[in-house]
Design a protein around this ligand. Structure first.
Ligand code: G6P
Ligand code: MG
Length: 215
């Protein structure tokens, strides 16, 4: 039986990818290049500094010092936070609130396991913070996904055994992290990209508690 559900944030609870994309694009443009929405797919679930490295690579930009890179990431985050500060609960993805509530009603513990350092800002804007028993985010982990650290810490915070946790993820690195942590996985997105997940659905509006017991 399932003790806990651990949710990634970006792409599972809310679609912030578009804001990340706009902010990174603006940074790339100031550096004199551009990148596509297709390339942006590769940034899903990837930490801020690792995303910057990928983007600089696409622009063929080498030789930036650590200090310059930190300044660029900080600038991007300022643009990003300007956008997320305007978010409202209307931006919660279909079925997300309802599914988390149904977990809680069934005495299943809930946590967020996200790479984002902006997790709490986003949860507060969406008025979802009270629905999670634990929040493990980019400020509380050292090793990014696909390392299982974020989900293992989530399971520990919920007093749940990994084998009795289900992780909901839209990024391949996140599915890999959950598997490495010994957890079951529900992929949110397309079965092509999330082939390793136990089940793949298009969104939390398509998940029921009955489905989970059969994983
Ligand atoms: C999530 C998103 C990534 C983002 C990362 C860090 O994993 O999918 O696109 O880069 O969080 O987010 P942050 O808010 O800390 O820059
Ligand atoms: Mg995600």
């Amino acid at each position: 039986n399932i003790q806990a559900c651990i949710f990634d944030l970006d792409g599972v609870i809310v679609d912030t990818a578009v804001y990340h994309y706009k902010a990174w694009k603006r940074l790339a443009n100031t550096l004199g290049f551009d990148f596509t929405e297709h390339q942006n797919e590769q940034l899903k679930g990837v930490s801020r500094m690792a995303s910057l490295e990928l983007i600089l690579g696409w622009g063929g930009i080498n030789g930036k010092t650590e200090e310059e890179k930190l300044a660029m990431a900080t600038q991007k985050n300022e643009w990003y936070t300007e956008m997320i500060n305007k978010m409202t609960p209307a931006e919660i993805l279909p079925g997300a609130r309802e599914f988390v509530e149904s977990c809680r009603a069934a005495a299943i513990k809930t946590a967020i396991g996200s790479a984002s350092k902006n997790t709490l800002t986003i949860l507060n804007k969406l008025e979802l913070t009270p629905l999670f028993d634990a929040v493990i985010d980019g400020n509380s982990v050292n090793k990014p996904k696909p390392d299982p650290e974020v989900f293992i810490k989530g399971a520990e915070a919920l007093n749940a055994r990994p084998s009795q946790c289900i992780v909901f993820e839209d990024a391949m690195a996140g599915i890999e992290a959950a598997i490495a942590g010994g957890m079951k996985t529900v992929g949110i997105g397309s079965a092509d990209t999330l082939a390793l997940a136990d089940v793949v659905v298009t969104g939390l509006d398509k998940v029921t508690l009955e489905m989970l017991t059969s994983i």
